[in-house]
Design a binder for this molecule. Structure first.
Ligand code: EPU
Length: 423
């Protein structure tokens, strides 16, 4: 049996939606919490399958997790045991690799399976491992059980230059360095808002991290980290997805709990596309966008155009009159959504690390797949626009990253439901 999401398209959406806490911050904050030696309270947790997978890993590590409310966890690592992470939970998501930095930082030892996550082409972790080695760790990989062993007698601060400004490597090295002796300097660090959020949590716990959000991060090692309270930043990718949904299908939509500055690159392109928007301090209002113009985007590390939003934006481009172009510089193979959208009547040509979207095309219902999380967002938006009932398979990808998407869309007037069917 498999679960399908079905969407009856063509309904104009209207109303308000409140954005949840950031997935890509949450999946790092949960592993970061185990660096403390006392309970850490985190609020604004999104209801996504990745959180359930990470909670499963915490359970394996004998960390107490209390769910005070669906978006409010208390993580108490006081009785934690550093066991090998070889369970399937580790391979369900990419972010399980943050336990490498956290466990190495706290215990000088971590053994865990290769992390999983969306297939977006090759996603190496060499920069994470090089960073651990620079801090004094030895890394070995066992081909038989697909496990990494990372160990260090003593972690010592040093200068680490990242060849690529990797989000994951920046956060992982920051976590490994919080207890290291002396100062660690990460150069060419990634600048994504989620990195600032993780540094903020660690600093509230007692770490000494300066420069998060710039390309040079300095970490002065400390001897103890205690508990704290932390509220997660809003999810800029979920917010961007709803802004695109509103531009594609809404009469009037207010998107609440947003930090608009995190979306500058998207909002500037939407302005070029003629989307009718009002941007306030913490919300964005969209009021119909009848004459969409095509546009060109190139994905870049933050504050450039987010790769995670190029897939949803491609759908809006199918509704613009003329040729739009997407160039990918982060994940050259992140174009599987284009094949799915073409099944629904789009006219997209995929080239090398790029796609040309010939618009405007009318979309019709089809049987499609969420080949990865943001492809899932793209086919949901296409389903909302299409004539007929679109059937989306592999919905677990969508559930890994979009909190209560069915409820949020239903409240806006969408017709969306789930069905279990034979494989
Ligand atoms: N890279 C390397 N070596 C490394 C690490 C990265 O070559 O050791 C390369 C990657 O292959 C990629 C580039 O560097 O070409 C950037 O990768 P990065 O490490 O920044 O990505 P990530 O940490 O694996 C996070 C998000 C992704 C998001 C990217 C880029 C999480 C859990 N994931 O991935 O989010 O696309 O940053 O912004 O934070 C999503 O939410 O759908 C998603 C895939």
């Amino acid at each position: 049996m498999q679960e399908l999401i079905k969407i009856e398209g063509g309904h104009r959406l209207e109303g308000e939606v409140t954005i949840s806490g950031a997935k890509n911050a949450t999946v790092a904050l949960i592993p970061a919490a185990v660096l403390a030696n006392a309970p850490v309270t985190i609020v604004g947790i999104p209801q996504i399958a990745d959180v359930a997978s990470l909670s499963g890993i915490l359970e394996i590590l004998n960390v107490d997790v209390t769910e005070v409310a669906s978006d409010h966890l208390i993580i108490d690592p006081s009785h934690m045991v550093n066991v090998d992470l070889t369970a399937d939970a580790v391979t369900k998501l990419r972010a399980s690799y943050y336990f490498m930095g956290a466990l190495l930082g706290k215990y000088g030892y971590c053994r865990m399976k290769m992390p999983g996550g969306c297939y977006l082409g090759p996603r190496p972790i060499d920069l994470h491992l090089k960073g651990f080695e620079a801090l004094g760790a030895q890394v070995t990989y066992n081909e038989d059980d697909l496990c990494y062993t990372i160990k260090a007698d003593h972690l010592k601060g040093t200068k680490i230059f990242l060849d690529i400004a990797s989000v994951g490597a920046t956060i992982n090295i920051m976590m490994a360095a919080v207890y290291a002796e002396g100062r660690t300097v990460i150069e060419n660090a990634a600048k994504e808002p989620e990195i600032i959020d993780v540094a903020t949590l660690l600093n509230k716990m007692g770490a000494r991290i300066r420069g998060a959000g710039t390309n040079v991060i300095k970490i002065d090692g400390v001897k103890n980290l205690s508990g704290c309270f932390h509220e997660i930043i809003p999810d800029r990718i979920e917010a961007g997805t709803f802004v695109i949904i509103a531009a594609a299908c809404a009469k009037h939509m207010v998107i609440k709990n947003v930090i608009p500055q995190h979306l500058d690159a998207l909002l500037s392109k939407l302005q070029d596309m003629n989307v009718n928007m009002k941007i306030d301090v913490d919300q964005i209002t969209i009021n119909g966008s009848p004459d969409l113009k095509p546009c060109h985007i190139t994905t870049k590390p933050y504050p450039g155009f987010a790769t995670d939003l190029q897939q949803p934006l491609t759908v809006l481009m199918t509704q613009a009159d003329g040729d739009s172009v997407v160039k990918e510089t982060i994940y050259p193979e992140r174009f599987k959504h284009c094949g799915e959208l073409n099944k629904m009547g789009a006219n997209i040509e995929v080239g090398e690390a790029s796609a040309v979207i010939h618009g405007a095309t009318k979309l019709h219902a089809a049987q499609v797949k969420a080949t990865d999380l943001r492809c899932g967002a793209a086919v949901v938006i296409a389903g909302l626009l299409a004539d007929g009932v679109t059937e989306i398979g592999n919905v677990y990808h969508i559930d890994r990253g979009y909190s209560e998407i069915d409820r949020k869309l239903k409240e806006l007037g969408a017709v969306i439901y789930r069905e279990m069917v034979e494989d």
